[in-house]
Write a protein that binds this ligand. Structure first.
Ligand code: TRP
Length: 335
């Protein structure tokens, strides 16, 4: 059987938190080790520019995200790990695709439509604050995917539409010019846990309720102590199924340990005790990667070297494919 090519992009904004680890990083690293898959994993730093125009933050986030994936054990000999901006063929392809995709298709993109709707509700011009980057976001994403002939793209529900657009764009190109693009499929991650944050809602940067992944030990303990609980006293039975402490516990613990904690809840474990155990579990899981993370953050030249090696491997695919694409559309040397 030929290998499935799986491609994942990580927008480089913000500091990775426990929710990213459980929902995205851990499953992607596990998948990259599967024998029948070939993994392409990249940092979407040009996508980051759409949301963030602060150069220092863009730089810092790229560094933190690269260090995080490496510290958590991504095997960069197996997976092709690279930075979008190191692959100039992606942005070239974006333009060529832009010239062949319908504007009407982009008008229907959720993120753009949501921005327009918010403006209309606020009585603003519909395109107020909408950059061409935001509008063209799905085009760059299509180029990311089509450039490497990805079969499968694991995404959250919010990204399904972007995958449909990428297929649509690929089909149109294949039909009009030459059958150069593989039609990608979305792989919706419904099975992975969506971690709850400090306030019990989904852990997300936009809710400001996250626990950063590599907090120093003391701060990690503090953060875990801040997780919202209720007023039940020690000895009073507690419902594990509406508890964020239990939910995070089960994302880190084995099945047996999860079953044991469930019984402890039912027997009235004190919140302080449950949080202490949760801190110890999370801290034990993250202590060694945190050590590696700090070493990596102190050695950016090493990260850069890994990324350059990844770019070289990625370009072994993108350079020849882009040459074919250019030829197909008539951008070619004089003969
Ligand atoms: N848009 C994706 C997100 O916000 C990130 C991304 C960019 C991506 N390019 C991609 C994901 C290509 C998968 C494939 O999560």
């Amino acid at each position: 059987m030929s290998k499935q090519r799986v491609l994942t992009g990580i927008t480089t904004t913000g500091t990775p938190h426990l929710g990213n680890f459980v929902g995205a990083i851990r499953p992607a690293i596990a998948a990259s080790n599967a024998a029948d898959t070939e993994s392409f994993l990249f940092m979407a730093d040009y996508h980051a520019l759409i949301k963030c125009q602060d150069p220092a933050l863009v730089r810092q986030s790229s560094k933190e995200i690269a260090a995080t994936w490496l510290a958590l054990g991504l095997d960069t000999e197996r997976a092709v790990f690279y930075r979008q901006s190191d692959i100039p063929e992606i942005t070239e392809l974006t333009w060529i695709l832009c010239c062949n995709a319908a504007k009407g298709l982009m008008n229907r993109a959720h993120a753009y439509k949501a921005a327009v709707q918010a403006n209309e509700e606020a009585g603003e011009d519909p395109d107020f604050g909408v950059t061409m980057g935001l509008f063209s976001y799905p085009m760059l994403m299509a180029a990311d995917i089509l450039m490497f002939g990805a079969h499968k793209v694991p995404v959250g529900r919010d990204q399904i539409q972007h995958l449909e657009m990428a297929r649509d764009i690929a089909q149109r190109f294949n039909h009009n010019f030459a059958p150069l693009f593989t039609l990608p499929e979305a792989e919706v991650e419904d099975h992975v846990a969506v971690l709850q944050g400090l306030d019990g809602r989904k852990m997300s940067k936009s809710y400001n309720n996250t626990i950063p992944l590599f907090l120093p030990e003391k701060q990690l303990r503090k953060a875990i102590n801040k997780i919202k609980t209720n007023l039940l006293e020690p000895g009073e039975p507690k419902n594990p199924d509406d508890s964020t402490v239990f939910q995070i516990w089960s994302a880190f613990a084995s099945a047996e340990e999860t079953a044991r904690m469930r019984r402890e809840f039912e027997q009235g474990i004190a919140w302080g005790d449950a949080k202490k155990q949760l801190f110890e579990l999370v801290n034990d899981t993250l202590a060694a990667p945190r050590e590696r993370y700090l070493q990596l953050m102190a050695d950016p030249a090493h990260i850069e070297q890994v990324l350059q090696r990844g770019a070289e491997r990625a370009r072994a695919f993108s350079v020849p494919l882009l040459a074919q694409v250019r030829e197909a559309v008539g951008i070619a040397p004089m003969r």
